[in-house]
Design a protein around this ligand. Structure first.
Ligand code: SF4
Ligand code: SF4
Length: 129
């Protein structure tokens, strides 16, 4: 189950994994001595209530909740960026380039998706997609 869940969060899941996970969760619930039987319910219930989220991870390679790092991208909104440089100065890996008062840009190859720029920007100019 863990391997399937990890694959899904990395955009490598398969559609059939959703039903497999659900069935495994339900099966474990019925066998209290099985490994993992201490917490099977959250897995079954997340599939029951948030199936769309699982599907989005698998078919669109998107994390609607913007939590799974492999599936999200940080980008600067060119319309809103005023070049204040707050994001660039706080980025821990120098993944943002741009001069003062000019539109900045995230260098995707360097970005470790820490979210610091999103927190730093006071102009809602960092998009998480
Ligand atoms: S903090 Fe926001 S407004 Fe300032 S440079 Fe970065 S993206 Fe642009
Ligand atoms: S998410 Fe983190 S690493 Fe990526 S550009 Fe923003 S501050 Fe830099």
């Amino acid at each position: 189950m863990m391997e399937m869940l990890e694959a899904i969060t990395e955009g490598k899941g398969k559609e059939e994994d959703i039903d497999k996970l659900y069935r495994l969760g339900e099966m474990i619930k019925r066998h209290p001595s099985a490994p993992g039987s201490d917490r099977p319910e959250p897995r079954s219930s997340t599939i029951r209530y948030f199936r769309d989220e699982y599907v989005a991870h698998i078919t669109e390679k998107k994390c609607p909740s913007k939590v799974c790092k492999p599936l999200i991208t940080f980008r600067v909104d060119e319309e809103k960026c005023n070049g204040c440089q707050a994001c660039r100065l706080k980025c821990p890996v120098e993944a943002i380039e741009g001069s003062k008062k000019e539109t900045h840009k995230v260098i995707q190859e360097k970005c470790i998706k820490c979210g610091t720029c999103y927190e730093a920007c006071r102009f809602d100019a960092i998009l998480v997609e």
